[in-house]
Structure formats: structure tokens, C-alpha cells
Design a protein around this ligand. Structure first.
Ligand SMILES: [Zn+2]
Length: 241
């Protein structure tokens, strides 16, 4: 058994080693060592992206896309599909600072006029907007529970992937269903009851439960980006609540 496994690995290894040497292309983003045709370049399927701040690579889920406008202004493209000259960066202060101080302009060969503080607040605001629209989309697709009774039902059936809880929802935080979700790491605090309510046309809303793993993952990611620490305020605690 073992020699066979080793042999198979050796054969794969020699193929993989031979590929890039024959292809001779160092620009292939997926490491398969093959030149991209023009149509593939125009319609990329991203598997790995490089952060222009720290130059390490990661999956697109771990990075955010920034687009630089004609005046050098930086716009957040959190859905990853906007037109324009874009570059990817880890949503953390040190990488954003590296990106704004040079990585972004080098990577895109364009002038960047924004400063780290502006880029951070642009990202944070875009993340809040995207969180709101994801919550609305989830409700329209019936992949969200809005309010306490619906959440308790869904929690009983173990269907809640993530609970978005208003920071001022003191009474709801004491519900046993909410406590159980919290113990499983499935609660994220976000905004206030009034702000969450406005998203759903209500005066107040304490909690929204998300029933889709993909949506839960993306909302959690956006909430993290919305909590990005501002540059120069390193003493502040990043994770609140
Ligand atoms: Zn980085």
C-alpha cells in the first residue's frame, strides 16, 4: 500500500515540476504554469489573490478588492465585480497602510491620492452597506429569520448559521436560544436596534438569523471589515462585544 501511494505522489510531483519548466510562464496566477489566453485574462476566475500590502497570497474570501478611480481616489469593491483598475488587499490596518503607501500604486501603475484613514473608512462604510443589502437579500430569499419568535423556531431545528444581534439588544442577548448560538460562536454584534430596524422598515429590530452557510460566512466577513481598526488608533480594541 505505502509504496503505491509514494509512487503516485512521485508521478504527480514530476508532472507538476515539469509543467512550469515547459510552459515557462511565471505569470500564471494558479501555479499551473500555463499562459492565459486573452479571453481568460478578460474573464478571470480568481482562485488565489496577492495582497498589495504584504505581498502574501490568499483566497479571494480573505481579501477585499480596492478600485482606484481617475483622480486617484480609492473605492471599495466588496462584491469583487466592479469595473476599474483593482487590486486586492487583506482587510487589516497594516496591509491597508502598505497598500496606500505604495503597493496599490505600484500594482496598478497609477497615482493614489487617498490616505490610509480614508481607505479604511471607505471600506468600513462599504462593508456596512453590503451587510445591510445581504440581510435584505437573505430575507427576500427566505434565508433569514426576522425577530425573536422566528429565530427561536429556527434555532430549535438547528437551522441558524449566524445570528446578527443589535449591540443594544440587552433583553434578546439573554434569550436561551441566543445564548446557545453564542456558545457555538454563531453570534455577531452589529449596529443598533434602530439601525437594523430601518433595514427592514421597522422602528426597531433586535436580531436577524441567517439560515444559509454561504450568506452567514459573507455577512460575518463584512461585519469584520466594518469593524476595521482605524490607522493610528492601535490602542483601540478591535473586537467589540
Ligand atoms: Zn496583506
Amino acid at each position: 500500500m505505502l509504496p503505491q501511494v509514494g509512487g503516485a505522489r512521485d508521478r504527480r510531483g514530476s508532472r507538476a515540476a515539469g509543467g512550469p519548466a515547459r510552459g515557462g510562464c511565471s505569470r500564471a496566477p494558479n501555479g499551473r504554469g500555463r499562459s492565459l489566453s486573452p479571453s481568460e485574462v478578460a474573464y478571470p476566475v480568481p482562485t488565489v489573490r496577492t495582497c498589495v500590502g504584504c505581498k502574501s497570497s490568499g483566497s479571494p474570501q480573505d481579501l477585499v478588492r480596492l478600485v482606484v478611480g481617475p483622480e486617484g481616489e480609492v473605492v471599495a469593491d466588496l462584491a469583487g465585480g466592479a469595473f476599474g483598475r483593482g487590486a486586492w488587499v487583506h482587510p487589516r490596518t497594516v496591509c491597508l497602510e502598505g497598500a496606500v503607501k505604495g503597493g496599490l500604486s505600484r500594482g496598478l501603475k497609477t497615482k493614489v491620492t487617498a490616505d490610509p484613514l480614508q481607505v479604511t473608512s471607505t471600506l468600513r462604510e462599504a462593508a456596512v452597506r453590503r451587510t445591510y443589502s445581504l440581510l435584505q437579500a437573505a430575507e427576500r430569499a427566505r434565508l433569514a429569520t426576522v425577530g425573536t419568535a422566528a429565530l427561536e423556531d429556527a434555532e430549535r431545528d438547528d437551522r441558524v448559521e449566524l445570528l446578527v444581534l443589535a449591540r443594544d439588544a440587552k433583553a434578546s442577548a439573554d434569550l436561551s436560544a441566543v445564548r446557545r448560538l453564542g456558545e457555538r460562536g454563531r453570534v455577531r454584534f452589529f449596529k443598533t436596534k434602530a439601525e437594523l430596524g430601518a433595514v427592514f422598515g421597522r422602528d426597531e429590530l433586535a436580531l436577524v438569523g441567517l439560515l444559509s452557510p454561504d450568506l452567514a460566512k459573507e455577512v460575518s466577513r463584512m461585519i469584520s471589515v466594518s469593524e476595521l481598526e482605524e490607522p493610528g488608533r492601535a490602542h483601540r480594541v478591535t473586537e467589540v462585544g
